[in-house]
Design a protein around this ligand. Structure first.
Ligand SMILES: [Zn+2]
Length: 190
């Protein structure tokens, strides 16, 4: 399994690429959104994973979900792990959700050499942040009311959600923990 220092550095590199070099990425910044999509797809492909693209249009902008599958050995069941790669307006999105996408990338690499019973599918979703705005515009505050992330992270959805604030060693430990949990779920089911 990937060593902790290597994993830590790799997670850090993904977050800096997404939240510092590329920055705010959403349908209102379509070039950055495309750049983020390409970074994720190129990274997975460079590691040897075939990437499926699901393209649709939002606000006239082609938007792409990316999917990598680690086929299971002897089951029809699929475990799906997802993270969104867009960022909310005015926010570089290091924590939300560069960190989640970085972990998503690395989970594939950590789990690829195992022969597991159930299929694992990893999806990088686009436009997960948009419904927040569209919902509010429509007058429904359901999403905001149930979203408690404001209380957990003071830079949530703000311009101060930048890469240097994250703890990459801890993120690496979480990634290893998630990989172990997914391995168990693939073996034992939910
Ligand atoms: Zn968010």
């Amino acid at each position: 399994m990937t060593s902790a220092p290597f994993l830590t550095e790799s997670l850090r590199r993904h977050v800096y690429r997404l939240a510092d070099e590329i920055g705010e990425r959403n349908v209102f910044h379509p070039l950055a959104l495309k750049e983020a999509e390409n970074y994720l797809a190129d990274t997975w492909q460079a590691w040897g994973f075939p990437v499926q693209r699901q393209v649709y249009e939002v606000e006239g902008v082609p938007s792409t979900n990316l999917e990598v599958t680690l086929p299971g050995r002897d089951h029809d069941q699929i475990l799906l792990v997802g993270a969104h790669y867009d960022s909310v307006l005015g926010c570089p999105g290091a924590n939300d959700n560069g960190s989640g996408v970085a972990v998503l990338l690395e989970l594939c690499r950590l789990l690829q050499s195992l022969s597991l019973p159930r299929t694992l599918r990893f999806v990088a979703f686009v436009n997960e942040e948009s419904p927040f705005f569209f919902t509010r515009r429509q007058g429904s505050w359901q999403y905001a009311k149930t979203d408690t992330a404001f209380y957990r992270y003071s830079c949530y959805h703000r311009s101060c959600d930048t890469p240097e604030k994250l703890d990459y060693e801890r993120m690496a430990r979480v990634t290893h923990g998630l990989a172990g949990a997914l391995r168990r779920l693939s073996q034992e089911g939910i």
